[in-house]
Every structure is written in structure tokens, then in C-alpha cells.
Design a protein around this ligand. Structure first.
Ligand SMILES: C[S@@+](CC[C@H](N)C(=O)[O-])C[C@H]1O[C@@H](n2cnc3c(N)ncnc32)[C@H](O)[C@@H]1O
Length: 234
């Protein structure tokens, strides 16, 4: 896919610069350009000092007691959660439906594959572009991937006006929109995961409409709802 063929909302553009691919828009409205970088900044800091398998996401996905499940991240976004899981040893298949977001993520992954500090981690991450609501089982089969855990982090519809959304999130939100079809995504995940489905939610948000989660792991700002088919074993 060429850059020019990727559909974008009016006022946004994907550009290739010396530091990789960036999404740019009017800075006053959208804030700084958006780029995926696994080798520096917050993501790198979290890899080095983030708390390992004690992190909420690791506990939710069952990375404990010597168990390292394979994880499908069916809402890949900018790949931050997937990178945490891969840095803890998990094989991660990422699925993202917005082509511009997938392009930014693929670009970040390519740079991570060339960096000595992150190459081994990035080798555990694979990205497919597609809609997991419609094609989760097909994409997983195509990839020949064992979907022990399916991780979901759909956008949570925000009521506040865009001026109040954190600037760094505005460009991303403009591309991704609100994931109103999250209940259908949860259904697809429950059909595909062999062991558990893990859903990240804002701490006070209701669970995704559908079956009730069997377990909840709460953090300061977010929460994980767990839907367990069977326990993970070594
Ligand atoms: C909140 S973001 C995820 C952020 C991600 N966890 C991270 O660490 O960067 C949600 C992402 O899921 C994607 N998404 C939502 N529903 C999807 C679906 N059915 N199939 C594939 N991607 C989906 C959205 O386009 C958006 O990029």
C-alpha cells in the first residue's frame, strides 16, 4: 500500500521524514504530529522500568508463574500494549482496522526491528490490517497463530468536546473514532480465544454489553475485565 492510497480525514496527512512516518494535522487543533516509536520515550522507559509481570496488563493476560500465553491484540492501535506483552516474552498477533493507524504501527515496528535494544521484542510482534469484528477467526487462521488470549482495548466513547481531549490523543481519536461495535468484537473474541478474553476499560466504565466478566482486575485509572474459558497452563 502506498502512502497516497491510505484514506485520511480532511486536514490530516501521512508524511515520511528522516525519523519515520508521521501523521500531521493543524497543530493548534490536533497537537504534535503522531509517530510510533518503540525505541525511545515513554514506551522505552516502561520496558526498562515498568514493573515486568506485575503490571496490570500482564496479570490480566495470564503472564504469571512461568506461563507465557500467545496473545491476539485485536485492537492494536499504536501497539503500546502489544509491545509491553511482547517485551515480557509473549508472541503477539496485532490486528488494526484503520489503515492509517496500521501504517504508523508497521513503520514503528520496522524501526524497532532494526534497533539492537528492541529487535528481539519486535520479532515477536506481527501486524495484520483488518476488522476483527468481521474477520478475527480468519486472520488468526491465516497467520497460523494460537489465540490463547484475545486482548481488547476498544476506544471508549467520550462525552467531552474535542478541546478537552488530551492533545496527544486528538489526532488518534480523529482517525479511530468511537468503537461503538465493541459488543460484536467481544462476541468474536469469545468465539476465537481458546483460554481467555481480556478487556481494558476505564476504571469507572461499565463492562462491554454482553456476558458479564468472571473476574475484574482494577488499577488506578483502568480496569481489566476477564472472560475465562479455561485456565492457562505451562
Ligand atoms: C484505544 S485504541 C487501542 C490502543 C492500544 N491498546 C495501544 O496500546 O496502543 C483502539 C484501537 O482499536 C482499533 N479497533 C477497534 N475496533 C477494532 C476492530 N473491530 N478490529 C480492528 N481494530 C479495531 C481502533 O481503530 C483503535 O486503533
Amino acid at each position: 500500500m502506498t502512502l497516497a492510497s491510505i484514506a485520511l480525514p480532511p486536514g490530516l496527512a501521512l508524511e515520511l521524514g528522516s525519523e519515520g512516518m508521521v501523521l500531521v494535522g493543524d497543530e493548534k487543533r490536533f497537537g504534535k504530529p503522531l509517530r510510533v516509536d518503540f525505541t525511545a520515550g515513554k514506551v522505552a522507559h516502561r520496558r526498562q522500568f515498568g514493573g515486568g509481570r506485575g503490571q496490570l496488563i500482564a496479570r490480566a493476560c495470564g503472564l504469571a508463574g512461568g506461563i507465557t500465553p500467545s496473545v491476539v491484540d485485536a485492537t492494536a492501535g499504536l501497539g503500546r500494549d502489544a509491545f509491553v506483552l511482547a517485551s515480557l516474552g509473549a508472541e503477539v498477533l496485532m490486528i488494526e482496522r484503520v489503515p492509517a493507524i496500521a501504517a504508523l504501527l508497521e513503520d514503528g515496528l520496522n524501526r524497532a526491528r532494526c534497533d539492537q535494544e528492541t529487535a528481539e521484542i519486535a520479532a515477536r510482534m506481527r501486524l495484520y490490517t483488518g476488522d476483527a469484528t468481521q474477520a478475527l477467526a480468519t486472520l488468526v487462521a491465516q497467520a497460523g497463530f494460537a489465540p490463547q488470549v484475545v486482548h481488547l482495548d476498544p476506544m471508549f466513547p467520550h462525552r467531552e468536546k474535542s478541546a478537552l481531549v488530551k492533545k496527544e490523543m486528538r489526532l488518534f481519536r480523529e482517525l479511530a473514532g468511537d468503537d461503538h461495535d465493541a459488543p460484536r468484537l467481544l462476541e468474536a473474541a469469545l468465539e476465537t480465544a481458546t483460554h481467555r478474553v481480556v478487556v481494558k476499560r476505564p476504571r469507572k466504565a461499565p463492562p462491554i454489553e454482553g456476558p458479564a466478566p468472571q473476574h475484574v482486575i482494577e488499577g488506578k485509572t483502568s480496569r481489566y475485565d476477564l472472560y475465562v474459558h479455561r485456565s492457562l497452563k505451562r
